[in-house]
Ligand binder design. Structure first.
Ligand code: AMP
Ligand code: MG
Length: 420
């Protein structure tokens, strides 16, 4: 036996048939395209939607050269190189009420933030740096010609490409569109997503629980995650583990939705109805993914409807959704899909880990008193313990080959901010 031979009683979790997370994500994204169809909407209706056209500025923003300060507008050449200079105040310029005359050498105009720069003036001295004596002001040396002035078109110039198609519209973008006087834009239509839970043990909220039964929580987490993504939701309820019901539900969903998401019933031995049905009416792959939690994932399609079968365990369903389904829906929504945002933080807890799968442990990320990022484990990490997600604000992402990590080491974290 050489050093390279794996030990007979390996306690790791490597499985040669399992797929790496990044590979699975890339394969999924490869099979998807943006949904067909655009809508023209009023700007205020576009928050969280995705632009289907490039936007070019129709005007200069700001449209006129204006003051960035409350103060005095004057000619830069009147700033003394030493000592003080005395200038005569010849009028006032307010935002929306321009001064109509011209500033000559030795003169100045009282000016407010946003007011149009008077002709002749190119510089603003802030009021705190000026002493006023009746109709005259005195300014000292040390000011720069051209200071405190916002040039016309410095934010956007006419014809600039402001946004490209694929831009996810944020509150700042609503403001930008309004600042260009744009009232309506074209956005991609929303992706229609149907979802249901499978499992004979599942009851819906409002029904009494019998022996061995549990409430269906996955439809609620899915409702939340999908709502955040701005897709159209079609909640199909709970479907029992029965061949005819499952087939009918798949058929219905494929008629009305772009995507169908189910949870449960994808573990080995249990997937039979789902697998059988999908093979009959569509196509499906059951992938074992080298990740924890959330190893099984079913991916396929029924006609034009894409299918994702998430694992039933509540944390597995969420982790799998965020790593695979969310980027897929973003791409279908017409959005640029960026790779996950990852940071380094020092773990304050010892983190258990077996090599062989990438771990998405739940953590609380914060800045400590020294200004360093630290992460605390939320404690027990069972894939059925939804409370671990509720207590967390990040995933602690431990690479495939990693073993347990001692407290004090740097680890990679994926913050929920921006993800969820
Ligand atoms: P399955 O993937 O169907 O084998 O389910 C794995 C575990 O997750 C089982 O303990 C199920 O009872 C549980 N489970 C499945 N679906 C749900 C659901 N919708 N809500 C809560 N727990 C679920
Ligand atoms: Mg089940």
């Amino acid at each position: 036996m050489t050093d390279k031979t794996p030990p007979l009683h390996s306690c790791d979790d490597f499985d040669p048939n399992s797929l790496r997370v990044d590979e699975a994500r890339a394969r999924i994204l490869d099979t998807l395209n943006t949904v067909k169809g655009v809508e023209q909407l009023a700007v205020r209706q576009c928050l969280g939607r995705v632009l289907a056209e490039d936007i070019h500025s129709t005007i200069d923003v700001p449209s006129h050269t204006n003051s960035a300060m409350d103060g005095y507008a004057l000619r830069g050449s009147d700033i003394p190189t030493e000592g003080t200079a005395s200038l005569r105040m010849i009028g006032r310029a307010l935002a929306g009420v321009p001064f109509t005359g011209r500033v000559e050498a030795g003169q100045c105009v009282r000016i407010m933030t946003g007011a149009m720069m008077p002709q002749g003036a190119d510089t603003v001295i802030m009021q705190e740096d000026v002493s006023v004596e009746g109709e005259r002001i005195a300014i000292g040396a040390g000011h720069k010609p051209g200071q405190n002035v916002r040039q016309a078109g410095e934010d956007l110039a006419t014809g600039d490409c402001v946004f490209s198609a694929g831009k996810f519209i944020t509150p700042a973008d609503l403001g930008m569109l309004a600042s260009m006087g744009i009232a309506e834009v074209r956005v991609w239509r929303r992706v229609r997503v149907a979802f249901f839970s499978t499992g004979d043990e599942l009851r819906s909220v409002g029904q009494p629980l019998g022996d061995g039964q549990i409430y269906d929580s996955n439809r609620y987490t899915l409702h939340g995650m999908l709502t955040r993504l701005g897709v159209e939701l079609l909640d199909m309820g709970v479907i029992a583990d029965r061949r005819d019901e499952i087939e009918a539900a798949f058929q219905d969903a494929s008629q009305i939705a772009d995507v169908l998401i189910t949870s449960g019933g994808v573990s080995v031995g249990e997937a039979d109805y789902v697998k059988e049905t999908l093979e009959k009416i569509g196509e499906v792959n059951f992938w074992k993914i080298a990740m924890k939690p959330g190893r099984p994932l079913a991916v396929g399609r029924i006609g034009h409807c894409h299918f994702f079968g998430l694992p039933g365990n509540p944390v597995s369903a969420m982790v799998t959704f965020y790593q695979f389904v969310q980027p897929a829906l973003q791409k279908m929504s017409g959005r640029e899909v960026s790779p996950p945002l990852l940071l380094k933080a020092r773990t304050t807890s010892r983190l258990k880990k077996t090599p062989g799968r990438i771990d998405y442990q739940r953590g609380w990320l914060e800045t400590d008193e020294q200004g360093e990022l630290v992460v605390h484990s939320t404690g027990q990490q069972g894939s059925g313990m939804l409370s671990s997600m509720g207590k967390a604000n990040c995933f602690i992402v431990l690479p495939l080959e990693s073993k347990a990590i001692e407290a004090g080491n740097l680890v990679t974290v994926q913050p929920f901010a921006g993800l969820i």
